[in-house]
Ligand binder design. Structure first.
Ligand code: ZN
Length: 422
């Protein structure tokens, strides 16, 4: 049996490398002091990217790819050169730099003749070491023709999930060091495979899926947090995921039918066992942090006190810590009322935000803004903001904000930066 497995793995390896050639496409100035470096691949790939200092450089490892030609390309300041070499089935791209830069995590774009891998760097004299934003993929459950759960008075899960997602997006967007990416921005249908494929393409550091449940018993209520498991340990969770499939036959028909240039997470799980194990461990930490915040929220009741395991397909990426937050049961009148109101949804998004932030405090990503700000965040005041609302968003008091930023009796203005200790 073991030998057969090994043979199968070998075959998988060969078949997936085949035709995944890495080529340097172009390096160009894109304005705003930024330079974009574009590579071409045949399929969406599992990338690992990081920055190093002294000497300053950015590294991208492209797994299961091959180089047709050695890449060794000089470019304008601050790039010394872009080079690449390969070892086994990993091609390693190195961008050698003269100084530290603000860099965007590489992202992949599917085009009709292959996949483009983009890396963008920006000159910034104030930066002391290479730094990038943390990318949070926010997945608002359901959408379009798939309403998700529907309450007795016609509250739709897809509407609630999108509103919570937008709240979370807002907080992350205006907080330095984070970049939210909405998997769905509006009321459109996106199938489950595309949701995690899209998270990989944007280079998500974590993936958060937002849902709201329904149950035949109106008394069942409260929020819960799930992480992926091949063998769901919770029977409730199993029933849930089956139900989600039953409610949506179009999702069911999509199972196992990935596009040819998609990344096959199932095959990769065997190939990158250690990466996958770390992902599960980190998903659990992230889930625990969010659940801890939900428990503190006075408005939200908890359905399950522990992080649950389920075979929710959106969570199955091999390397991106992923959680699914059920924000409550819209079949329960209390939960429905809470999720229908802005205040209730804001509390859910705040718990998720604080959970995410505490996760990165515990597992800091090297070369991100988080590393240099362990005890506070910097929030940029937006038009229409009031301090009381900002305080709620971050779970602090107006007085805290006021004291830490010398705001006593002074007006606040858009663009102003606030230090918020969380
Ligand atoms: Zn759902």
């Amino acid at each position: 049996m073991k030998i057969i497995n090994k043979l199968l793995m070998g075959l998988l390896l060969i078949s997936s490398i085949e035709g995944n050639e890495l080529v340097l496409k172009e390096i160009k100035d894109v304005g705003d002091n930024s330079i974009r470096i574009t590579f071409k691949l045949d399929k969406v790939s599992y990338l690992n990217s990081y920055a190093l200092n002294n000497p300053s450089r950015i590294v991208i490892e492209v797994n299961q790819s091959e180089l047709e030609n050695i890449i060794d390309e000089p470019y304008n300041y601050p790039i010394k050169k872009v080079r690449a070499s390969s070892k086994g089935d990993v091609s390693t791209i190195v961008v050698d730099l003269y100084e530290s830069v603000y860099w965007k995590k590489p992202w992949q774009v599917q085009t009709k003749d292959g996949v483009l891998v983009n890396l963008e760097i920006k000159k910034d004299r104030n930066i002391k070491q290479n730094i990038r934003d943390i990318i949070v993929a926010i997945d608002a459950g359901h959408g379009g023709k798939d309403p998700g759960a529907v309450s007795k008075n016609n509250l739709l899960e897809k509407d609630i999930t999108l509103l919570i997602a937008r709240e979370l997006e807002r907080t992350l967007r205006d907080t330095k060091g984070y970049r939210p990416v909405m998997i769905r921005k509006d009321d459109s249908f996106i199938d489950l495979n595309d949701r995690y494929q899209d998270a990989r393409k944007v280079g998500a550091d974590i993936f958060v899926s937002i849902h709201a449940d329904a149950f035949r018993l109106a008394s069942v209520k409260g929020a819960s947090v799930f992480i992926w498991s091949e063998e769901a340990s919770s029977i409730t969770a199993k029933n849930l995921s089956k139900k989600e499939l039953k409610n949506n036959p179009s999702i069911k028909s999509k199972i196992g039918k990935l596009d040819v240039d998609d990344f096959d997470e199932d095959a990769a799980r065997t190939l990158y066992q250690l990466v996958y194990e770390a992902k599960i461990k980190n998903s659990k930490i992230l889930g625990d942090k969010v659940l801890e915040q939900l428990k503190r929220d006075p408005f939200t009741k908890i359905h399950k006190k522990q992080v649950e395991y389920a075979d929710f397909r959106v969570l199955k990426s091999i390397d991106i810590p992923s959680i699914l937050v059920e924000s409550g049961f819209i079949s329960n009148p209390d939960d429905a009322r809470r999720l229908k109101g802005k205040a209730g949804r804001r509390m859910i998004s705040r718990s998720i935000f604080l959970g995410i932030h505490n996760y990165f405090k515990e597992k800091p990503k090297p070369n991100t803004f988080m590393e240099s700000m362990p005890d506070h965040v910097i929030y940029e005041i937006q038009k229409g903001d009031v301090l009381s609302e900002i305080a709620i968003r971050f779970g602090v008091t107006v007085e805290d904000i006021s004291n830490n930023n010398n705001l006593k009796n002074k007006p606040i203005y858009p663009g102003q930066l606030l230090k918020i200790y969380i």
